[in-house]
Ligand binder design. Structure first.
Ligand code: SF4
Length: 352
């Protein structure tokens, strides 16, 4: 198998993304089932940066990037918008679910398309322009109860420096905004994007990064160097890891990842139960398994390396930290959880 030339700059990597069956087969051999996934209209298109595609021989990373023939069939309880974000959309780019926090969807573009993406309904659609953000800034200015803005998408770090600087400058002019966070998988899938210029922008605006990592195999020398550069520039970093069946759902795999993250100054923050998005059944563990895993880490690894295990309550109930089985109630194929407002939400979980 002949691997194509890989561009070294981040724009070149984006321009050369693997987006077709033929391009993917230049990196890995596919099974007949995987080839079948390319027939008909996909729910989420294929997208992998060439530098990440080089790692697809690792089964964990392959499992999250290569489409499956099963993902077109919505399973029981699965939804196109599992977190009910659309019901809380207050401007074309803003979701307001919690009283003091907003989710700013700055772009629909993402360098890679994870097959379990919660926002597969919008990721990969044409990007919007900064001029359309006026309503969003106005809403944030008028709502003085908002303290915390999480910029997400898509992946905001795939925006150009000038667009990102423009968004952050505008947000930082709003006196009641105290925290600005960016959600990104870029250090794992496009580490050359972490330039000194980008770091200077993030530092100038005192941005926290919430980084998406799922496996220690993502911690390549380039990714470690990118995170160390961010850390050297004083950027605070936490990680979010989605718990994925057959990919990272064992204590040793999680331990390796969490210690690996601490070594590059990224604090493991959330271990997220996989959202019940359309076609996600193959990725979802039972909640009981998640509890068992997080409990096994307590007492066996450094407390600093242990994230909080959370379920994002389907339908917009927000994140519910899960510490033990006493917090959940099984009703048939659903797990019932209670959010910070005392309201009950159901997570579809057929069990293991
Ligand atoms: S990196 Fe995040 S936004 Fe992009 S496809 Fe993966 S889960 Fe979705």
């Amino acid at each position: 198998m002949h691997e194509p030339e890989i561009p070294h700059d981040w724009q070149g990597q984006i321009a050369s993304r693997i987006a077709t069956l033929g391009q993917l087969e230049e990196y890995i051999e596919l099974t007949s089932g995987e080839r079948a996934a390319f027939e008909g209209e996909p729910v989420l298109s294929l997208a992998v940066t060439p530098c990440y595609a080089k790692q697809l021989s690792h089964p964990a990373l392959r499992g999250t990037m290569v489409p499956s023939e099963h993902e077109k069939e919505p399973g029981s309880g699965e939804l196109a918008d599992p977190l009910g974000e659309e019901e809380h959309r207050v401007t074309p780019h803003l979701i307001h679910t919690y009283p003091d926090k907003v989710l700013f969807l700055a772009t629909t573009f993402c360098p890679v398309h994870c097959r379990y993406c919660t926002r597969s309904r919008m990721v990969g659609k044409p990007a919007d322009s900064l001029s359309l953000f006026g309503q969003t800034f106005q809403y944030i200015e008028e709502h003085t109860e908002i303290r915390d803005v999480l910029i997400s998408g898509g992946d905001p770090l795939a925006l150009t420096d000038s667009v990102l600087d423009g968004i952050l400058s505008r947000l930082r002019k709003i006196p009641h905004i105290r925290v600005v966070r960016i959600g990104s998988k870029v250090p794992a899938v496009l580490p050359m994007r972490i330039t000194d210029e980008l770091c200077a922008i993030l530092r100038k605006h005192r941005v926290w990064l919430s980084l998406h990592f799922i496996h220690a195999a993502e911690l390549t020398p380039e990714t470690k160097a990118a995170c160390r550069k961010l850390s050297d520039h004083g950027i605070g970093m936490v990680s979010q890891t989605v718990l994925l069946k057959g990919i990272n759902d064992d204590a040793q795999t999680l331990t390796d990842l969490f210690y690996g993250l601490l070594e590059i100054n990224v604090k493991p923050y959330y271990l997220l139960q996989c959202d019940p998005v359309h076609g996600s059944a193959r990725f979802r563990t039972s909640v009981e398994k998640g509890i068992e895993l997080i409990r096994s880490l307590h007492g066996s690894i450094s407390g600093l390396a242990i994230p909080q295990y959370v379920i994002d309550a389907p339908g917009g109930g927000g994140k519910v930290p899960i510490l033990g089985v006493e917090q959940i109630r099984r009703e048939g194929e659903d797990i019932v959880i209670t959010n910070y407002e005392g309201k009950e939400y159901r997570y579809p979980d057929p069990g293991s």
